[in-house]
Design a protein around this ligand. Structure first.
Ligand SMILES: Cc1ncc(COP(=O)(O)O)c(C=O)c1O
Length: 386
């Protein structure tokens, strides 16, 4: 991001000078790297940059669904899916089925199949739960969606950069991603990867720097869905992060000569990242599960999961626990409903205002986990003796 601003910090496409060409090259390269990262075999121009995942989900859902359509979704979704759909249901004549999940946070793909009707236009599913860490069988749901001829939209906010995502093999029509989590980009950048056969109308129209004489938004991607100046420093951040993934993967594979592809190198990086993160979360979960007063939500045992773990101590308000962990132990957690109110309704945690969520990452270490365990152990003792 720093080299972008210092080296060629200008808008692309608006001028033909050398710096504008450099900026354009960087954006084109980033679309290409992300297309490979997610195994998108269509045009890289169908990798679209937006403000964040919420922006992408609004563009996709509001663009695809019309009055009379039906959408299948789940009770695990984030508000960035729940709310656009609620608005479409209330104001746009769209009907909805929200499929439930089991106690550990898994959707049965057969429940998705059974919810699909002849009017179903879209199936939208969260890959990794941002409360429970449960990971859905996207490939199975993708097959069901393809067979039914519905558009399959996947929210990969918690999985992109952590688990391998192959849009071809998983049958994903619109993959929504955010930049600032597992993809190691900055805040305020997100996007989507759109299958060649899916048509989305533009949510915003305006300047593109190309075909300016046309009174309408160009049909050609990415300009069709990108009006106005894109977040160039954000894209530069994603670009650097993609190269970091490849470097990490090459180090794992011992590929000093850079003979393996970006895709293969990133795959090796993800295997390594996932094992580090699961090591953290398994240590954390097993210690916390031993504490009498602590409730640990979500997957148990060897179930497929990400490094996201939510807990409560008795019925202590989640916000209070979060504040004490921060003030007394310098452990930063996210306390509350995590923008996923239906998950907390199903867990019965709305009254205590949600739960406390730990999300150790690749750069967390054993000391961080020990500190979190010590904090919860001490605080559960205080509650016990209060
Ligand atoms: C599962 C899930 N979906 C969507 C979002 C929204 O992402 P963004 O803040 O990029 O809009 C988040 C982020 O918290 C998330 O965890």
């Amino acid at each position: 991001m720093d080299s972008f601003f210092r080296g060629f910090g200008v808008n692309p496409g608006r001028a033909g000078h050398e710096l504008a060409v450099e900026a354009e090259k960087m954006i084109v390269e980033t679309r290409g790297l992300l297309a490979k990262f997610f195994n998108h075999r269509g045009d890289p121009e169908r990798v679209i940059f937006t403000q964040n995942a919420t922006d992408s989900l609004n563009i996709a859902l509001c663009g695809l669904l019309r009055s009379g359509d039906h959408v299948v979704t789940t009770r695990l979704e984030h508000n960035s899916v729940l709310r656009p759909i609620r608005h479409l249901e209330r104001d746009g004549g769209v009907s909805v089925t929200r499929v439930g999940r089991d106690a550990q946070g898994y959707i049965d793909p057969e429940d998705i199949r059974n919810a699909i009707t002849p009017k179903t236009k879209v199936v939208v599913v969260n890959h990794g739960s941002n409360v429970l860490g449960s990971v859905q069988d996207i490939e199975a749901i993708g097959k069901i969606s393809r067979a039914a001829g519905t558009v399959f939209v996947v929210d990969s906010c918690q999985s992109a950069g952590v688990l391998p995502i192959d849009v071809e093999a998983m049958g994903i029509d619109v993959l929504v991603f955010t930049g600032h989590k597992g993809l190691f980009g900055p805040m305020g950048i997100g996007g989507m990867v759109i299958h060649q056969d899916v048509e989305l109308p533009p949510a915003r129209v305006g300047g593109t720097g190309v075909d300016s004489i046309s009174p309408f938004q160009p049909d050609v991607y990415p300009y069709h869905l990108e009006a106005g100046t894109v977040n160039l420093p954000g894209i530069a951040g994603l670009n650097a992060a993609q190269k970091w993934f490849a470097e990490l993967g090459r180090a794992q594979l011992g590929d000093a000569g850079k003979t393996v592809s970006h895709q293969q190198a990133c795959k090796a990086a993800l295997t390594h990242i996932e094992s580090v993160e699961l090591g953290h979360i398994n240590r954390l979960a097993s210690s916390l599960r031993e504490m009498d007063r602590v409730t640990v939500y979500g997957p148990e045992g060897n179930a497929r999961r990400t490094a996201t773990l939510s807990v409560n101590i008795d019925n202590m308000p989640a916000g209070q626990l979060g504040e004490m962990l921060d003030a007394d132990y310098h452990v930063c957690v996210r306390a509350g409903l995590h923008c996923a109110p239906l998950v907390h309704m199903d867990e019965g945690t709305v009254e205590q205002k949600g739960a406390v969520r730990f999300s150790p990452g690749y750069f967390s270490d054993q000391e961080d986990i020990d500190q979190a365990v010590a904090g919860i152990a001490d605080l559960s003792e205080i509650v016990t003796h209060a």
